[in-house]
Ligand binder design. Structure first.
Ligand SMILES: [Zn+2]
Length: 320
């Protein structure tokens, strides 16, 4: 199978990650202040964007850096060193402007210290990103900053740990352990039976939304075993002929989506309500009707997700 298109966040890397620079412990303190540096700010996990919802890369003036307790080096492109930083939660004395974005939040947040820009949920920006350096910088910084936020303590001894290697590790001052950013593999699968596609919905999704079944891989499990287990656990459908399609870094918070396809050997769906709210088969023509806007009872994944990518390829006949 050959697909000449990349999933958002999965285009070939345009960043020199410069491992030698990662060893430079002073880089965050000195390099970040250079004229060839740019910094992407996040607030409560949301990137700073302009009025067109495009990410903003600021020159790292000292008064900006003062707002950033956590800073990371992302890499270099065309002579520019890119960094990202998370604005401190208590960065404003006005409690009513502290953003608390929800999963599918579509609101635009304004920070009083940056009145010319706005902060938006990265999930909502996905359809705008396409294959670009911006997408890679956003995915990398969102995942890395989120990992630091969730891993402030050493998992060996429990002491508070420090940022290491320009943001690519955490080092424990107590037991000297070094911890590296994790990436959680998730299988997501396009399961078909003749002309039909298997879809399901989670409880917390917006009303009517359905997507491909997915689930975290477990220790000691192969990709194929995870696909079989998840589809059976969620819908009691037996699948076989599983193969890899594409992958997508998914920084919500630090997943790697592994897109697969498989063929159902059984037809009767029994949605497991402790796992998912609903599962159903849709004919290819029904899926086209939904994407054509002719149905209001069901919505499907938005552009920018690997689920939308695989469903679109199936509709085009690229995935059989
Ligand atoms: Zn420790």
């Amino acid at each position: 199978m050959e697909i000449n298109e990349y999933v958002t966040f999965a285009n070939p890397s345009q960043l020199e990650r410069k491992r030698d620079k990662l060893e430079d412990i002073d880089l965050l303190n000195h390099g970040l202040r250079g004229k060839d540096s740019r910094v992407l700010l996040f607030w409560q996990g949301m990137p700073m964007v302009d009025s067109q919802s495009m990410p903003v890369f600021l020159e790292p003036k000292p008064k900006i850096l003062d707002f950033l307790p956590t800073k990371v080096f992302l890499g270099t492109n065309s002579g520019i060193d890119y960094y990202a930083g998370e604005i401190a939660l208590q960065s404003t004395s006005q409690p009513n402007v502290v953003a608390k974005p929800t999963l599918f939040d579509t609101k635009i947040y304004q920070h009083p210290n940056f009145p010319n820009y706005q902060f938006q949920n990265l999930r909502i920006l996905l359809p705008l990103l396409g294959e670009s350096l911006n997408a890679e910088l956003l995915a990398t910084s969102k995942a890395l900053l989120g990992w630091h936020k969730a891993h402030k303590f050493c998992s060996s001894c429990g002491a508070s740990s420090d940022l290491g290697h320009t943001g690519w590790s955490r080092i424990c001052p107590q037991c000297k352990s070094e911890h590296f950013p994790r990436c959680d593999p998730v299988v997501i699968m396009l399961i078909t039976h003749q002309n039909r596609l298997l879809l399901g919905r989670s409880y917390h999704w917006p009303r009517g939304m359905h997507s491909l079944l997915a689930g975290f891989m477990e220790p000691g499990e192969s990709i194929e075993s995870a696909v079989k287990r998840e589809v059976y656990e969620e819908a009691e459908i037996v699948v076989d002929n599983i193969s890899y399609v594409a992958s997508q870094p998914w920084p919500f918070p630090t997943s790697l989506m592994i897109g697969c396809k498989g063929i159902a050997l059984t037809e009767e769906i029994k949605p497991q309500i402790e796992e998912i709210e609903n599962a159903l088969w849709l004919e290819r023509e029904e899926v086209m009707e939904i994407y054509g806007g002719f149905r209001t009872d069901i919505t499907l994944p938005r552009k920018g997700s690997i689920a939308e990518f695989m469903i679109r390829k199936w509709l085009e006949g690229t995935l059989t």
